[in-house]
Structures are given as C-alpha cells and as structure tokens.
Design a protein around this ligand. Structure first.
Ligand SMILES: Cc1cc2nc3c(=O)[nH]c(=O)nc-3n(C[C@H](O)[C@H](O)[C@H](O)COP(=O)(O)OP(=O)(O)OC[C@H]3O[C@@H](n4cnc5c(N)ncnc54)[C@H](O)[C@@H]3O)c2cc1C
Length: 436
C-alpha cells in the first residue's frame, strides 16, 4: 500500500501514523520483511541510517568488490524463495571454495601443509567433532552445558596450547580463548541440518539482488535516516532520526544490529535479558584488504592462489568467482584487526603489498591495492556478525521477544539459521508475529 506521508503534530487528539509498521534498517531482514508486508497489503515504511540499502550485503562500487555477505547455500529456504521470485541469476562457486591453500609459516612458503596434523582448520574441526553434537537446529540456545569457552572444549578434545594459538589466527571468531563454543555448535548444526551442497553467488553482485527486492516495494526505503530515539507509548511509537525527522507508527520492527541499537535512546518495556543483550552482545570484527592482480603469479611458483599465513594478513583468498576475475583479499578476523585499525589507507596498502611480496616473491609488480573494509569500525554495523560470548546465548529466548510495540529481527535474532538465511528467517518470524 503506497503512503502519502503526513506531517505529524504531537498535539493531535487522534494519533496519526506515518505507517502502521516502521521497519528500522534496510538490510536483507528489513527489505524482506517489507516485501512480505507489501504482498500482504500492509502499511510499512523502512528507515535506513546510511545512504544506501543492503547493509552487510554490500557491493562497493568505488573498488568494484563485494565486501559483505555474498555466498548462499542452494538449500537456504527463505533466501532461495526470493532468488526464484526475482529470477536472480546465480553463479555456482563450490569448486572454487574447495581449492587448496598455500601455507606461509615461520618464514617459509609451502604448497600444502607440511604435515596435515598441523593444519589449524583441520585440527579445530576434528577436535570439535569429538564432542556430542546438537540434534536439532534450534537447540544451540537451550544448551547451557554446551556453553563454555571454545578453547576449553578444543583442549579437552586433545589440542595443545600451541595448536590452539595456531587455530586462533584465522578462526572465524574474535578469540577462541574467549568466545563461546555455542557459536561453533550453531554453525555446525546449520551446515548439517540445512544440508546445502552447493555455494552460490549473486551474478553481478549482491546489489542486484538487493535492488530487485527494494524496487518491488510500493514504498521506497528512506535512506539517511539514522535512528537516534524510540519512544513507545500507549497510542503508538515515535522514532526520531539524526536529521531531526520524526516518524510515528503503531508498531516498530528493529532489524538494526545491537552494536548500533545500543546507541539509540529508548523508552521501551525491555526485559532484563533484552537490556543485557542490547548493551553487551558481541560481534566478530573483520577487516578485509582488497587487491587485484595483473598476472597469474601462482603459475610462476606453483603454489595454490589461496594462502594461510601466520603474519598480520592472516588469510589471503582468491575471491574470484570465474577465471576472468582478478579478486584477491586478505581476510583478518578478531583481535588481528587491531593491527590495522590505526593505519592510514596508504600505510595499509604499503604494508600489505610489501608483506605479500615477501611471502611470495612471484607477486612482485603483479598485485595492486584497491581498498579496505573494516567492519568493526563501520559505523552502521560495528561488527560483521553476532558472536555469542559465554553466558550470552542464555539471553536469546528473551532477547527476541516483542517489547511493547517493538519487535526484533535481523541476523542476530535468527533461531535456526546463520548469515543471510538467518536474516531472512528472522524477517519471516516477525511477519508471523505482527500479521495475524
Ligand atoms: C564480511 C562479511 C561476510 C559475510 N559473508 C556471508 C556469507 O558468505 N553468507 C551469508 O549467509 N552471510 C554472510 N554474511 C552475513 C550476512 O551478510 C548478514 O547476516 C546479513 O546480510 C545481515 O542482514 P540484516 O538485515 O540482519 O543486517 P544488516 O544487513 O546489517 O542491516 C541492518 C541495517 O540497519 C542499518 N542501521 C544500523 N543502525 C541504524 C540506525 N540507528 N538507524 C537506522 N538504520 C540503521 C544499517 O545501515 C543496515 O543497513 C557476511 C557478513 C559480512 C560482514
């Protein structure tokens, strides 16, 4: 239903609304919810804080690279529904993902792990697999006995302190000596029960997919609407934005990450676990350094393109989804991101090129720096994805409950799935909560 936006006067006797439902955040969760409401003929309006839509699905035109979520599984239920509905062309990148990895450790480059038993990913997964696993997708937040420091589990299952240090360099967490094992249980259950066999990318980038959802909406997303306050009263909710604008509605759905929601002034009847989660929930830091190459340097030294390194660059990945693309990126997780946080762009570029040339002399004169994406410092997310600390999963059930007229969606509120599918799943859950 299209909206004619009316100026709102607080003095009005009968409350007037800009929309029945305000959706905060124009990432996948917000857009999918808007799409579902659009189809159901409901009044909605999406307020997005940045100057673009898509959130963590981000095709950066300035460097010609995808810097956020791009890979989906062929059995993702909700995302694949959208892919089909919008006739989105996909590229199967499964075989690229299985490509071997060169290793640079203690100053030496190897074409493969010198001893497979020193491979940190192998060590981590084999040690983790020795523990009893979840038997249902939504068990992860209901298993306090599984909620322990991840490194304690790995140690109990046979890893030495040295192997834990090695695994920590590029594990997808801030620090495996601090994070909860619950994250590994949840990811592993999602992989197993979702059962996807192929990894697909959006042809032409995630922006095509995101734009097709957004352009199907009767009410265009309002960008540059950074929410600063939410005031829930008996006669509706008032949302204030940084530019001074105000919007009123009967209900509000927040899809914004808790890292930024914690900066919003809220008059809401939140439960205790919601309050704790909004102020403390952890998110993983990721910094990517995007590169290109002019010649196939790997043909010169015979090692695989992908590299695992024990340097501050951590992993250097081939991000291309076809042989004609020339995408490389250093992917730095967790504590390692601090190394780059205070460097200028030029310092990051100089350090990266020099270090890769040192790791792999065949790259000299053949790689170029495009730009970096620091998700921990990106003001609209302040983190790449939710990462539960020990004790935080116990907040989950309360954390996603409606609080007065406010509902919670977004990847951090997904009960079963992770990533994009989690964001879409959460939008479907909230649609069912508010549309009766
Ligand atoms: C580097 C990286 C790689 C990833 N890779 C994958 C992958 O391969 N596969 C996968 O499935 N998932 C992946 N993900 C995760 C996936 O991208 C996210 O789970 C998903 O896009 C999250 O969608 P969302 O709508 O919940 O949140 P977001 O996309 O973050 O949307 C929230 C929106 O809220 C806006 N916002 C924030 N604060 C405010 C405010 N105060 N007022 C108004 N608006 C605000 C933000 O600008 C943003 O647009 C990746 C994420 C990252 C960062």
């Amino acid at each position: 239903m299209a909206l004619g936006l009316l100026p709102i006067s607080c003095a009005d006797a009968a409350p007037r609304y800009d929309a029945e439902i305000l959706i905060l955040g124009g990432g996948l969760a917000g857009l999918y919810l808007a799409h579902l409401l659009n189809k159901a003929g409901k009044e909605y309006l999406v307020l997005e804080g940045s100057d673009r839509i898509g959130g963590r699905m981000f095709s950066r035109d300035d460097i010609g690279r995808e810097v956020g979520g791009r890979g989906i599984g062929d059995k993702y239920t909700e995302v694949m529904k959208l892919v089909k509905e919008f006739n989105t062309e996909m590229i199967d990148i499964t075989d690229y993902m299985r490509s071997p990895t060169a290793i640079y450790t203690e100053g030496k480059l190897y074409g493969t792990w010198p001893d497979p038993k020193t491979n940190p990913a192998y060590l981590q997964f084999t040690a983790f697999a020795k523990s009893p696993q979840l038997t249902a997708l939504d068990q992860w937040y209901q298993k306090p006995d599984f909620d322990e420091i991840y490194s304690a589990l790995l140690k109990r299952n046979g890893l030495t302190e040295e192997q834990i240090d090695l695994a920590n360099i590029s594990a997808n967490y801030n620090d495996i000596r601090e994070t909860s094992a619950i994250n590994a249980y949840h990811s592993s259950a999602f992989r197993k029960f979702n059962g996807s066999e192929r990894v697909l990318n959006f042809k032409g980038g995630s922006k095509h997919f995101i734009n097709s959802i957004a352009t199907s909406l009767d009410n265009p997303v309002r960008t540059d609407k950074m929410v600063t306050a939410i005031d829930d009263r008996d006669n509706g909710v008032t949302v204030s934005c940084a530019d001074g604008s105000k919007f009123r509605s009967k209900k509000v759905v927040s899809t914004i990450p808790f890292t930024t929601l914690r900066d919003v002034k809220m008059n809401l009847s939140l439960n205790d676990n919601q309050k704790k989660a909004i102020s403390e929930l952890s998110y993983t830091n990721i910094t990517q350094i995007h590169l290109t190459h002019s010649e196939p340097f790997w043909e010169e030294d015979g090692a695989p393109v992908d590299m695992w390194t024990d340097t501050p660059l951590e992993r250097i990945m081939n991000m291309s989804s076809s042989p004609t693309e020339k995408e490389l990126a250093c992917w730095v997780n967790g504590a390692g991101t601090a190394f780059f946080d205070n460097m200028s762009d030029k310092e990051v570029a100089d350090f990266t090129i020099k270090k890769i040339n040192e790791i792999r002399p065949s790259t000299k004169g053949k790689i170029g720096y495009l730009g970096q994406q620091n998700w921990g410092k990106y003001p609209f997310n302040k983190g790449a994805y939710v990462e539960f600390g020990v004790g935080q999963a116990a907040w989950f059930e309360d954390m996603i409950k409606p609080a007065g007229n406010m509902h919670f969606a977004g990847e951090h509120t997904a009960k079963e799935s992770r990533g994009m599918e989690g964001a879409a799943e959460s939008a479907r859950r909230v649609f069912n909560e508010i549309v009766t």
